[in-house]
Design a protein around this ligand. Structure first.
Ligand code: CA
Length: 738
């Protein structure tokens, strides 16, 4: 008697326990067949599932128990045929070996129609290379549905969910994408970090007819476009966007309907709403609250276009309308955004009507970059302090009334008590983290945090700090004794968030080290230093040493580096000794230096210039420097570089305050030839700086209306400000020759 252990026929389906059994079970599927993946981990499982089901008898791929079947390593799923139903798959601990994790086709010719994937989990399923590109979900064919799924932690290049229109079989598709939870998407630092994209510029004048409804988007911060609509006749209805940096962008294609969506910024930086480009776009009944984003990530943005635009540039806005939308405490509504020599075609035959704009804290909510006579205003209500938009210097009074609006909170929304006709329909259920995604998989927080672990006291001595960090856990706090020396003969790898601090009384503990770097922030690592003195006096006499360096290899995880109340001194045993050295394909979410002294350093303090392809990629998003003193630094104190003309990102962003630079930037081996140099930085606020005997403050403004301000700054026997473009703000700048 033969017992088949790997392929057990159940009354309600075939339970398969390995790939051989899966292949045998799926060779010839008929309507009503059901294949069940057994509980456990499926390693490198490349599932291909095809067949012709019927509406009443679909072919089903499911799991033994939801939340107990995991596809790991190099696993993926491709389906094709008719009426296939897939549910309950979890992809984690790995990445797809192909272009998509789950895909509604099995070849370039074999697509799906009338198929559904539901309750799919894709969790932090990334390759190790950040610029290795893939999709998590790729929809092809027609009449397919992707719903109730949980997608969180996409970190590499490539859209999370893409609707592909590559051949006629995938156009006019009437797909439905609904009730999904699109979770945290960290900043990519490049174009290619969209969460959802429908079409591409190439097929942008084709109808897609995709419906995106009832989804929840949480902190989808990959790039400017949370959603990139690039085809015609799509609908975005009743979705919630929670603290997302970016906008729902109608990048290409016409006749889009954006109806009854919710945008909550909670005053977080760069949170945006809806961006209108192209023709016959309809933006109605949306609710926006606490959005702070400026320019392309405003609460509502109506763009300028390019006359006779090529298909991949910006089409003129025509015959479009924004009506019945509510904006509460949103900072920017932008008309004719992107106006420049190329984008000179202003909006035409477009209406902005019956919108309510309320912001007690900001009067100049409207920004007008060009002639807005092609936009018709009617029936809009403003809180009394808000200034109407201007056209050619004249306030537009017609079409706006100012009212003291009383609000009532209904269902978590600030709604005007007086009118019920503006804003979302209250009867529809608002998508939240509770009513989207799956119920059976734990939600994760992938933000990088410090100081949630244990406190570990470390005795002074050779390599004691090395050993303590080696044995530490994520979030631990390593405490060094004041007045003592900690000498390292080994480099310390940082593989998770870690804090090294002192008890903050008496002299700072001193760390000395011999190797070419003290700390290596490896993938997954983040480092916070507090109250330490770090000296290079015992370091090996080679050039190119570093206190901290990133991984030499691509880091898929973003990192943080913080230093507070620290002294970095005598990093000058040889030339080009840096405080932080970064490598290509690494990305800092944030770097913070507060109340630190940097003295006698032969290299750079922060040199973030390893992305030199000039395609809009860069090394750091946020740099915050306050109360720092830089003295006798051969290289640059700060050098940030983002090259190219791409407009998809927010950063780099620099906040540099109350800091001094004395004898900084003179060593020609360090090449930057400046004390502080910012190239392609999008937002820089520099205030209360003093430069003495130092090289220049170099500004290089590239693309995207960078907002660069230098205030209350003095230059003594220094080179002063050098800029390629006068479009920066300089206020109270003093120059003193010797
Ligand atoms: Ca993009």
């Amino acid at each position: 008697m033969t017992i088949l252990t790997s392929c057990l026929t159940q009354s309600d389906g075939i339970l398969v326990k390995d790939m051989a059994a899966f292949k045998a079970a799926t060779e010839n599927l008929s309507p009503g067949d059901k294949v069940i993946l057994a509980n456990g981990i499926w390693e490198n499982a490349e599932l291909v599932f095809k067949g012709i089901g019927t509406e009443d008898n679909p072919i089903v791929l499911t799991v033994e128990d939801k939340g107990k079947v995991f596809l790991e390593g190099e696993s993926n799923l491709q389906i094709s045929g008719e009426y296939i139903h897939v549910e309950g798959l979890v992809f984690r601990n790995g990445h797809t070996p192909t272009g998509a994790v789950v895909e509604y086709r099995t070849s370039s010719k074999d697509f799906c129609n009338n198929c559904r994937m539901t309750e799919i989990v894709i969790d932090d399923y990334n390759p190790s290379e950040r610029f290795e590109s893939d999709y998590w979900v790729a929809l092809y064919g027609k009449n397919n549905r992707f719903d109730h799924s949980y997608l969180v932690g996409k970190r590499n290049n490539g859209v999370t969910l893409a609707v592909r229109l590559t051949t006629p079989e995938s156009r006019e598709n009437f797909h439905r994408i609904d009730h999904n939870y699109f979770g945290y998407h960290p900043i990519l630092g490049s174009n290619g970090g969209e969460t959802l994209r429908i079409g591409t510029s190439h097929h942008s004048l084709t109808n897609s007819n995709t419906l995106v409804e009832d989804n929840y988007f949480e902190r989808c911060n990959g790039e400017h476009e949370i959603i990139s609509n690039k085809s015609c006749q799509n609908t975005f209805r009743n979705n919630t966007f929670f603290e997302c940096q970016g906008t729902l962008t109608m990048r290409h294609g016409n006749e889009t309907l954006v109806d009854n969506n919710y945008f909550f910024g909670n005053r977080k930086a760069n949170t945006g709403g809806i961006r209108i480009i192209n023709e016959k776009q309809t933006v109605i009944n949306n609710y926006c609250e606490g959005l702070t984003g400026y320019r392309f990530r405003g609460a509502l943005v109506i763009m300028n276009g390019v006359p006779n635009s090529p298909i991949n540039r910006y089409f003129q806005v025509k015959d479009s309308k924004a009506a019945n939308n509510i904006f509460v405490d949103c900072d920017y509504i932008q008309f004719c955004a992107g106006s420049d020599e190329e984008r000179s075609a202003t909006p035409e035959n477009t209406t902005f009507t019956n919108n309510l704009i309320y912001n007690e804290n900001k009067d100049d909510v409207f920004t007008v970059y060009d002639d807005i006579s092609g936009i018709d205003f009617d029936g809009n209500i403003l809180s009394p302090n808000i200034q109407e938009p201007q056209n050619n210097g004249q306030l537009i009074k017609d079409g706006f009334t100012k009212e003291t609006i009383s609000f009532s909170t209904k269902n978590g929304l600030q709604l005007p008590a007086s009118t019920t006709s503006i804003g979302p329909a209250m009867e529809s259920e608002r998508p939240s983290s509770d009513n989207t995604g799956v119920s059976w998989y734990p939600k994760k927080d992938y933000t990088i945090n410090f100081n949630y672990g244990e406190k570990i006291d470390v005795e002074p001595g050779k390599n004691s700090l090395y050993n303590a960090i080696k044995n530490s856990k994520s979030g631990d706090i390593i405490v060094l004794e004041n007045g003592e020396e900690y000498h390292m003969t080994k480099s310390i790898d940082i593989n998770h968030p870690i804090t090294v601090t002192s008890s903050l009384e008496g002299d700072k503990p001193t760390i000395t080290f011999e190797k070419s770097s003290l700390f290596n922030i490896e993938n997954g690592g983040a480092l916070s230093l507090k109250g330490l003195l770090i000296s290079g006096i015992k370091s090996d006499d080679y050039s190119g040493n570093n206190v901290v360096r990133t991984s030499r290899y691509s880091m898929i995880n973003n990192y943080k580096f913080f230093a507070e109340d620290c002294d970095f001194i005598d990093l000058d045993v040889n030339h080009s000794f840096n405080v932080l050295r970064v490598f290509k394909n690494t990305f800092a979410d944030s770097i913070k230096l507060v109340n630190c002294n940097f003295k006698n350093i032969s290299g750079h303090v922060l040199n973030m210039d390893k992305e030199t392809d000039d395609i809009g990629i860069y090394n750091v998003e946020n740099v915050f420097v306050k109360d720092c003193h830089f003295e006798n630094v051969g290289g640059a104190a700060i050098h940030l570089y983002r090259g190219g003309r791409d407009e998809s990102t927010f950063g780099p962003i620099l906040d540099l305050n109350n800091s001094s630079f004395k004898n900084v930037g003179h060593d020609i081996r360090n090449k930057v030839d400046a004390a502080v140099s910012i190239h392609g930085v999008q937002l820089a606020e520099m205030n209360g700086l003093s430069f003495e005997d130092s090289k220049k403050l170099n500004l290089h403004l590239v693309v995207g209306d960078p907002v660069i301000a230098v205030k209350n700054t003095s230059f003594k026997n220094s080179e002063g400000i050098s800029s390629n473009d006068p479009a920066y703000t300089a206020e109270n700048i003093k120059t003193v020759e010797k």
